[in-house]
Design a protein. Sequence first.
Length: 327
Amino acid sequence: MATQPFTYSNLSLSDARNDLTTVIEKFKKHKFVEFNNSNPTDEERFSLMFDIGLLLGWKLDYDEPGVPQFTYEETHKFSCGLAKQENRNNQNDVVVAWHLEHPHTRFPQVGALWHMEHKSCAKEAGSTGFIDANVLFNLLSPDDQEFLEHCQIVKTSFFSITENNSIDLQKSVQFDGEDQFITVLGPDGKLVIPAYVKKPVVDHYLTGEKTLKISPKGQYTENEYVGHERLIWFDNRTPTKDEIRHYNRIAEFVYRNVSSNEEIKYFHYWDQGDAILVDVFSLIHCVRGGFNDGERLMKGIWAFPNTSHLSRDPSQQDAFKLFQVRI
Ligand SMILES: [Fe+2]
């Protein structure tokens, strides 16, 4: 199945709220629902997300350091400026790289509502791209799919994990069978940054579908990995060099498909007044250019997994039990 949203045209979010069962059914099946020309008010956006959150176990605020507030406005001023400097800010150029949402945090966002409140650039400019991580997973060979089930990868936020500092990392971590918070020594052997050990494939919390959690950022080669993720455990032990190469080949395959396989992508070409309900647990996404600062204002609401009943250092597995809520 391709990456394809369900689309409503001219339906207000208030009317959508009156038929939440259908909206959530479409959301679970398609992973994203377009509300074209819905022109929501702030109140309508909050109310829709709040009500969906009650049914799906979402939480609309969060207190993890480094995670943005649950409401935000985005103009992509910085990314567009940088792209312009590098002469790659056209409507087919990716200016905000393909990414999973905050994969380096403990409990990344699982849902979002994005509303284009203002748009004055061309319809074709500033489109948002989507790739379903389950579609990506299904491109892998059965052998590679099986291989990934044995893997745990480490994700950091800010700098690349190289061969050198990964050695320090492996010495300093004790595997305890759960996703875990760790610290990584930097390239100078002194800088310490937070990171998490996570699985590269997880079951979707609503549908059980295999969801690939390999970040499409980074560069992978046979012998070296430069990026924010790295294989750290295989079958709960230090991986062999062959296993590291195998993982890197899979990550490279993912990276190449995200970069170049147009068949698995869907682009939303925004009109002012559009809103999209997005399963950011599943959908890798990007923003393309062709617009200037001030020509595009997106208002967003994030939804997080509801971990409020848990201790400060819960296992991710426990957190996702809450998602077993069904309507
Ligand atoms: Fe994003």
